[in-house]
Ligand binder design. Structure first.
Ligand code: GLV
Length: 328
């Protein structure tokens, strides 16, 4: 019998066409996040789901959908899926690593530069017709070249951010819970540092860790207080890694100079106080949003889904422990 796949939001046509060659596909054509009960009602009859990071696939959803064998997430992050519950129930989970690394690193730099040089503030000023006269002290920002960049997390994306820093002649330090091979550190020219030291000496801090119990609110009142008052903080990882209310306090009290955020604690909700603060750049979770990369992510999710449904090990399996006990 042909397997049934549900796609939770409109994706690229190429992805749907690829799926249609092998399975029966239904796509939610509404540009909105489905509620839990809607998700369940669609996934109940499905063998596979192509999900987005906005779909919460928890125990309740997995229990209500006993036919579901694979959740192929259209994202590298998978904190929207309860991996433990999926593994217990024999459900394969896949993600889309690698293809978005460079694009996300480009965007972390976009945010870093925008915040350092106050591009968004200046744009708002110019659009409001306030540029009446050039001034020597107008929109003074912070130099980037030659400064110290602190990377919290040196995985694929952290490393790609580090590579870009050499063009700015920066000193790059990092903190990562996992050991990084010495050769990688040498090639990148980066130096490990204890977290507290990184917080104290960095001019720019960019966050590249997954959201885990240990990384929730890694940036908090306590850690902002350790930073330089001239520090610029960039977050393209996951919102809850930064305590958003503490960030508001840090910006308002001059504990740091500026911030640039692509992700938010209660996404898509944004802490309202951030809107009243000039020295914060706000983007709606678009770090991987280039035409090329989002299409690659889509095709990768489709291939993961199809491989899993054919009984093959998918290229990007998140929960390998599931392998011996897959739902049939
Ligand atoms: C985007 O945030 C992703 O995890 O792919």
């Amino acid at each position: 019998m042909t397997a049934r796949v549900y796609v939770t939001r409109p994706i690229f046509d190429q992805g749907v066409e690829r799926l249609k060659r092998e399975v029966h596909v239904e796509v939610n054509s509404d540009e909105r996040v489905l509620s839990k009960s809607e998700l369940i009602s669609h996934l109940r009859e499905a063998d596979g789901a192509l999900t987005l990071l906005t779909d919460i696939i928890n125990r309740e959803v997995l229990d209500a959908c006993p036919r579901l064998k694979v959740v192929a997430n259209f994202a590298v992050g998978f904190n929207n899926v309860d991996i433990e519950a999926a593994t217990e129930r024999g459900v394969i989970v896949t993600n889309t690593p690698g293809v978005l690394t460079e694009t996300t690193a480009d965007f972390a730099w976009t945010l870093l530069m925008a915040a350092a040089r106050r591009v968004v503030e200046a744009d708002r000023f110019a659009r409001a017709g306030k540029f009446k006269m050039w001034g020597p002290k107008m929109f003074l920002g912070h130099d980037v070249y030659g400064k110290t960049l602190g990377l919290i997390g040196l995985g694929r994306i952290g490393q790609a951010v580090a590579r870009r820093a050499s063009g700015f002649n920066m000193k790059v330090i990092f903190h990562d819970a996992e050991p990084i091979p010495e050769q990688v550190l040498q090639d990148l020219g980066v130096t490990p540092a204890p977290l507290e030291e990184l917080l104290r000496i960095s001019d720019f801090i960019s966050v590249h860790v997954p959201l885990l119990a240990e990384t929730k609110h890694l940036l908090s009142d306590r850690t902002f207080a350790m930073m330089k008052p001239t520090c610029v903080v960039v977050n393209t990882s996951r919102g809850p890694v930064v305590d958003e209310k503490a960030l508001v306090r840090a910006l308002k009290n001059g504990k740091i100079a500026a911030a640039a955020l692509d992700v938010f604690e209660r996404e898509p909700e944004i802490e309202p106080e951030l809107f009243d603060i000039d020295n914060v750049v706000i983007a709606p979770h678009i770090a991987s949003a280039s035409h090329e990369t989002r299409l690659k992510m889509c095709m990768m999710a489709a291939e993961n889904l199809l491989a899993s449904l054919k009984g093959n090990r998918p290229p990007n399996l998140v929960n390998p422990e599931v392998w011996g006990k897959r739902r049939s």
